[in-house]
Every structure is written in structure tokens, then in C-alpha cells.
Ligand binder design. Structure first.
Ligand code: BGC
Length: 757
């Protein structure tokens, strides 16, 4: 084993500073005399984008498998498949001489119009965390590292280099951090990439609380923090904030700034040493895996096809699917010939090969005649002749398969979408074809929800095929012809209208800030709370078979928070085809001191069932499944009380509920202070018995001040008790200051002393 401390001891200050800045666009600085090799990193996340010309930031990359993007991956709800994907990516990294893959991205899909949503897993932090952890464990099992990104609160492209996401602490802890937390705790990514944006006014690249207090200290992250490319503004501040490696390089002036700061006594060399230690640890770890060789292109293409098929979501089916030997199929839409299978930006992969949907359909369609019409142009122009041609073709066929891909000018890294719409031509095309062909099936390629209300009722079926990766064309054919029974479920709500979405009034921000005013209520948490109708709910997806759920059972109906419990349910395939079902577990708190979403996903399992087969699904629920983050205590809290455990086939299709009683084992510290209300004095103080009688006495004295009235109301027509309960004790006392022999703040201080005793 390399003795890192002894290497650090031999390094000059200049060498240390240079190690903390990239040498090239993709590599760290080697130190030949000490045997420190370079570390080579590359995008990520769903394929290896290894620049053909080393050192160039944007250039053609070497061929690699383009797997489906995160929206599709997560919609599989299959953690084992994500692990397999990770292994395949690891193998490709080795072959392409890459030490660290820059991914996965696990930010929340705060709004469906976020430009990079295709690269992110979900609107739900539990699900996103599980997916990220599995992905990372898969890659790292091959001796290759990952970079969990973009930490944190990177949920939009608008002004991404400078905007400040203004998020309250509880929302941060419950929504925007847990996916990172789970991934770090369950998978220890070798690196974490900080986000470009600011969080509450501080650049993430300098955010000590995020990078050091939470990531490194609280979650025990062992790797190093790398900047997003160009996210560092002040190299010294960034080091002090916990940012270990700045990318890309070279940046001689940054290196000099670090050296100067140490000489000037502005930067403690110990801080630099710690960054160096973290980087060296990973550099040497990576060097343990020999690089080079080849990877199995065909096997990875097959895996990409399998994953794509499993992530596709059947949104609507009137029974037409799977296709039953149609004789004449009209294939319409340019995406059938020019598949749209990945997004624009840093994740763009040069695929090893591409499955063309039209050709793949032809292979499975046996004796059917397939015809093709382009249907819509590449740009946003409106071309009626293309629609007319498609209609003529559709009219002559038994079935019309309409391939509709959201164009890159609408959805990419670098900009957010302005709306949820397809292009006007695409909408007109669907409507025109569906009007004359009742057997119209729409196949969508997009990374995030699109609006469908205008046309979905006219169609026979809709398949959400996502940005499906290079093998997606084959996967579509598999699903349409029933070679694969669809089992994907939505990992984000498809809203009916953009105006209904939770962040609508607070997006994309202005004057340098974007306020996360919806707080905890993103995705289904919001639609549930507002009882708003949606196009398709979180967790939804159809199958060619049907599943029946038995009554859920729990290992114990009264339990201690630290022990948790296990919920079990029998699921039976009641149809005639083998299929997979995603069983979802949500938790609903009956009553809590702080506001809570109506229900939250806390567990899931994907199972495969033969026709008639029954399996028992058992899902453990731990402390965190029931806890909320209380900013007053700065910790996760459980409270005694009842919870419903809801077993669902989607967030809107709950098949069974069981109510359990939690006993909290927490011994919370006293947090009373001069601002505490009467209610808080009575509820939280461990010294409650000591203060209770005095508080009651004060209350009755104060009731006297307000004057008793009829029906429990006072002289000015209000319920004094209710009114007083929410007033700070000190404020109440100040109203009758003269009735007390000494200053009322001293009186409260005495009570506080008793409470803390
Ligand atoms: C992106 C990162 C990416 C990096 C390197 C940045 O612009 O935000 O996700 O890993 O570039 O290409």
C-alpha cells in the first residue's frame, strides 16, 4: 500500500497546489519524481465520453455504448439492472482508459421543464438515492470511480453558473440532500462533483457547510470533491470550503494563488494537505486497476436494449398492444428512421452502433408490410405536406405507429424548456393521423414529461420510450410486439398543465435568486396535498398483464423507531402473460408538529411473476422512513403516534393500508428560549412539571387582563386561550410588566434555568 502521508511529506508546496488543479481538461497533475500518476476522468453519466484527442474539452469522443439516460433508467425501478449497467460502464471505462466516470447525476426534478432532467433520476429523493447508489456500486465494483453530481440543489439550467437557490434547511434536508446522502452512505462514490450554482448565497464550490460539515463530516464521505467544470471562482476560498480538485486545467494562476495564500498565512497548509490526501488516495486507488483492452460491444448493446425495454412506460393501452400480427403497419415520424436516444450537452455519447426503430420493427413484424413517412421536419417549421403524406399512409394501414421525438432545440443541457409542448407540427400530425386511423399508437422520445391532453384521447396507445439509448429502437419493437411485457413506471409526475406544477410561481427566479417557495412539496407531494388532477401520477405504468395485491401485513403494529418494522404483501399475476410489477410503499403520518406531505415513498420492490404465480414482497422500513428533519433541533426527529403504511401500484393507486404505532426513543434536548411560546413551554420542556403550574397561573392572570366574556370569548371577541398559546411567554408577561415585582425577562430567565436543569 502506498504511504500517502510520506508522499505528502515529500511534496513541495507548489506540487501540492498543482495536484489540486487539473493538468488538462480531463486529468490531474502527475508527479513523476514521487511516482504519483495522473487520474483520468470523463463524462458520464450513461456512457463513456472519452475524448478522442486527449486534452480537448469538446471534441469527438471514442465510440462507447450509449445506454438510456437517467429518466429511463430510474423508470425501471430495478436496482439490480442499475448495478449491471454500472458494471458495464466500468468495463468500458477500463477499456477506454478512464479512471473516474463523471456520474451519476442525482438532483431532484423540481420542475418538469428543467433542461437536464433527462440526466436526473426522479422527483423523489428516496428513489433517486437508491438508483444512484446501485449505479455507483456497479461501476466501482470494477475498480473504476464515479462522480456523484451535481452537489447540490442544481435543478435548473437558467443562470446555472451564478443563480442562488434559496432553500430552507428542512427542505434541503428532506428533499434536495437525501439522494446524495443515500448514495454516499451506501456506495461511497470516489468523488463528488459540486454544482455550479450558489446555495443560499454561497457558491457550492465554496460551501463549507455542504462540502465539509455535511458531506465529509456528517456523512463520512471518504473521497474527494471535484468542481463542476468551471465552477470555481476563488481557488483559496474553495479549498477552505472543502473543494479538493478544481477542473478543468491547466490553471497556473490558480496554483500560484494557493501557494501565495499559504505563504501569506491566509491559507492553512493543513487544509491543502487534507485536499492532497483525499486526491492522492483516489489517484492510487485508481492505479490499482490496470486499464486498456476492449469491451464486449454486442453484449453491452444487448444490455442497453434490455434496460431500455424495462424503463419504457406504457402510459395508455386500449388493448391494441401487444400487436397481434397486423398485416400493414404505417410507421410515421422521423424518429423511426433517425432515433432520438440521448440528450444534448456533456453527456453526449458517440454510440458504438444505433438500432433504427423502423428496421427493428421490420425484423419482428414477420410478414407485415411496413411503410414509412417522415411526418415532421427537424426544425420548428410547419410543413402540411408531410402531414398529408402521413395521413394517406396511415389510412391504408391496419395500424399507425407514430414516432414523436422532442427535438433538441426544446430539451438539452444548457437551457430549460419554455413549455411542456411537442412542436405544433407534431401535435397536428398526431391529431390528423389519429382522426383517420383508430389504431394509432404514439411512441414518445423525450427526457421529461410532455403535455398530451390535446391529443391523447384520440389514440389507442401511448408508449413513453424516453431517451432510450442506442439500442432503444430494438427495445421499442420488443415492447410493441410483446417480446417484453412493459414494466416501467413513472419516476416523476406527468402534470396536466405547466401552470399546475409546484415550482410554477418560483421558477426560474430573477435578480440572481430562485426561491424554492414550494418547500417540501415537489412532485407528487404537491399534487397530493393540493388534490390536483394530473395527466399521469408518480409511480404509474401499465402492463400487458394484471396484478392483484393481498392485504398488507406488518412484522409488528407497535414498534420503536430505532427498530423499524417490515411490511409484507402478497402479489399475484392474475393475467395470462408473465410480467413484472413495481410494488411501492408510502408512509403517511397521522399527525406531526411540523407540516408533512400527505405521503412519501419509503420503499419499493420489483418482482417478476409468471401467470397465476404469487410472491410475497417484504420491505423493511427504518427510522428514517418515519422521521422528519426538525431545524429547531437540527436533526431527524420521530414523534410518538400513528402512521399509515400504504402499499401502492402507483402513488394514486393504493391497494392496501395498515396503520402502525411508533414509539419514539429520542431524548430531545431542551430548546426553550426567550422566544418560546406557551404551547412550546407546555409541550417540549423536559422540565415541564416545574414550569407547568407557573405557566398556568400566568395564563389565568393574562386572561384577566383580556377580560372574560361570553362563550369563552374575551371582551374583544376572541378565544383568549387559543390566542395566548401561540404567544411567546415573555411577550405575554410584558403586557403586565407592572404586576410583577421584578423585570419579566428575569422571570423568564429563571424559568428557563429550571427547564434546563
Ligand atoms: C457539466 C458536468 C460535466 C462537466 C464536464 C459540466 O458543464 O455540468 O455535468 O461532467 O461539464 O463535461
Amino acid at each position: 500500500m502506498t504511504d500517502i502521508q510520506s508522499i505528502i511529506a515529500q511534496m513541495t508546496l507548489e506540487e501540492k497546489a498543482a495536484l489540486c488543479s487539473g493538468a488538462t481538461a480531463w486529468s490531474t497533475t502527475p508527479i513523476g519524481r514521487l511516482g504519483v500518476p495522473e487520474l483520468y476522468v470523463t463524462d458520464g453519466p450513461h456512457g463513456v465520453r472519452r475524448a478522442a484527442e486527449a486534452g480537448t474539452l469538446i471534441s469527438q469522443s471514442l465510440p462507447a455504448t450509449c445506454f438510456p439516460t437517467a429518466s429511463c433508467l430510474a423508470s425501471s425501478w430495478n436496482v439490480d439492472l442499475l448495478n449491471q449497467l454500472g458494471q458495464a460502464l466500468g468495463e468500458e471505462c477500463i477499456a477506454l482508459k478512464v479512471d473516474v466516470l463523471l456520474g451519476p447525476g442525482t438532483n431532484m426534478k423540481r420542475t418538469p421543464v428543467g433542461g437536464r432532467n433527462f440526466e436526473y433520476f426522479s422527483e423523489d429523493p428516496y428513489l433517486a438515492g437508491e438508483m444512484a447508489a446501485s449505479f455507483i456500486n456497479g461501476v466501482q465494483s470494477q475498480g473504476v470511480g464515479t462522480s456523484l453530481k451535481h452537489y447540490a440543489v442544481n435543478n435548473q439550467e437558467f443562470e446555472r453558473f451564478r443563480i442562488s437557490a434559496e432553500v430552507d434547511e428542512r427542505t434541503l434536508r428532506e428533499i434536495y440532500l437525501p439522494a446524495f446522502e443515500t448514495a454516499v452512505k451506501k456506495a461511497q462514490p470516489w468523488t463528488v462533483m459540486c454544482a455550479y450554482n450558489k446555495l443560499n448565497g454561497i457558491y457550492c464550490s465554496e460551501h463549507h457547510e455542504l462540502l465539509v460539515d455535511i458531506l465529509k463530516d456528517e456523512w463520512a464521505f471518504e473521497g474527494f470533491v471535484v468542481s463542476d467544470w468551471g465552477a470555481v471562482h476563488d481557488r483559496v476560498k474553495a479549498l477552505q470550503g472543502g473543494l479538493d480538485l478544481e477542473m478543468p486545467g491547466p490553471k497556473d494562476r490558480r496554483v500560484k494563488a494557493v501557494v501565495d495564500a499559504v505563504h501569506a498565512g491566509e491559507l492553512d497548509e493543513a487544509v491543502l494537505n487534507e485536499a492532497v490526501r483525499r486526491i492522492l488516495r483516489i489517484v492510487f486507488k485508481a492505479a490499482e486497476t490496470p486499464k486498456g483492452g476492449t469491451f464486449d460491444v454486442d453484449a453491452h448493446h444487448t444490455l442497453a436494449r434490455q434496460i431500455a425495454a424495462e424503463g419504457m412506460v406504457l402510459l395508455k393501452n386500449n388493448g391494441l398492444l401487444p400487436l397481434k400480427n397486423p398485416q400493414h403497419i404505417a410507421v410515421i415520424g422521423r424518429a423511426a428512421e433517425n432515433p432520438h436516444f440521448q440528450g444534448g450537452g456533456s453527456s453526449h455519447i458517440n454510440p458504438t452502433k444505433v438500432a433504427v426503430p423502423f428496421q427493428e420493427l421490420q425484423q419482428l413484424a414477420e410478414n407485415a408490410e411496413l411503410t414509412y413517412a417522415k411526418g415532421y421536419p427537424t426544425d420548428n417549421s410547419f410543413q402540411q405536406p408531410l402531414i398529408d403524406e402521413a395521413v394517406t399512409l396511415a389510412q391504408a394501414a391496419d395500424v399507425a405507429l407514430l414516432f414523436v421525438a422532442l427535438p433538441g432545440f426544446k430539451e438539452s443541457e444548457g437551457y430549460d424548456r419554455a413549455d411542456l409542448d411537442l412542436t405544433p407540427q407534431q401535435v397536428a400530425l398526431i391529431k390528423a393521423v389519429a382522426a383517420i386511423q383508430p389504431n394509432t399508437i404514439v411512441i414518445l422520445n423525450n427526457g421529461a414529461p410532455v403535455a398530451m391532453s390535446e391529443w391523447i384521447d384520440d389514440t389507442a396507445a401511448v408508449l413513453e420510450a424516453w431517451m432510450m439509448g442506442q439500442a432503444g429502437g430494438g427495445a421499442i419493437a420488443d415492447v410493441l410486439f410483446g417480446k417484453v411485457n412493459p414494466s416501467g413506471k413513472l419516476v416523476e409526475t406527468f402534470p396536466a398543465r405547466l401552470i399546475d406544477t409546484p415550482a410554477y410561481l418560483n421558477f426560474p427566479g430573477e435578480a440572481g435568486e430562485v426561491r424554492y417557495g414550494e418547500g417540501l412539496f415537489i412532485g407528487y407531494r404537491y399534487y397530493d396535498a393540493k388534490e390536483l388532477p394530473v395527466l399521469f401520477p408518480f409511480g404509474y405504468g401499465q402492463s400487458y398483464t394484471t396484478f392483484a395485491y393481498g392485504a398488507p401485513r406488518v412484522s409488528t403494529s407497535t414498534f420503536k423507531d430505532v427498530e423499524g418494522l417490515t411490511v409484507s404483501v402478497d402479489v399475484t399475476n392474475t393475467g395470462s402473460l408473465a410480467g413484472k410489477e413495481v410494488v411501492q410503499v408510502y408512509v403517511h403520518d397521522h399527525q406531526a408538529r411540523l407540516v408533512r406531505p400527505p405521503k412519501e415513498l419509503k420503499g419499493f420492490a420489483k418482482i417478476e411473476l409468471q401467470p397465476g404465480e404469487t410472491k410475497t414482497v417484504s420491505i423493511p422500513l427504518d427510522f428514517r422512513a418515519f422521521a422528519f428533519y426538525d431545524p429547531a433541533y437540527q436533526q431527524w426527529i420521530t414523534e410518538d403516534g400513528e402512521f399509515d403504511i400504504l402499499i401502492g401500484a402507483s402513488s394514486a393507486d393504493i391497494r392496501g393500508t395498515v396503520t402502525v404505532t411508533l414509539q419514539s426513543t429520542l431524548q430531545l434536548p431542551c430548546i426553550l428560549n426567550r422566544e418560546s411560546t406557551i404551547k412550546e413551554w407546555l409541550a417540549y420542556s423536559r422540565g415541564k412539571p416545574a414550569v407547568e403550574s407557573q405557566v398556568k397561573q400566568l395564563m389565568s392572570q393574562m386572561a384577566g387582563v383580556f377580560g372574560g366574556g361570553e362563550d369563552g370569548h374575551d371582551a374583544i371577541g376572541m378565544d383568549t386561550t387559543t390566542f395566548l398559546m401561540d404567544m411567546p411567554l415573555l411577550s405575554i408577561l410584558q403586557f403586565q410588566e407592572s404586576a410583577f415585582p421584578r423585570p419579566v425577562d428575569e422571570l423568564v430567565d429563571d424559568l428557563l434555568e429550571q427547564a434546563y436543569r
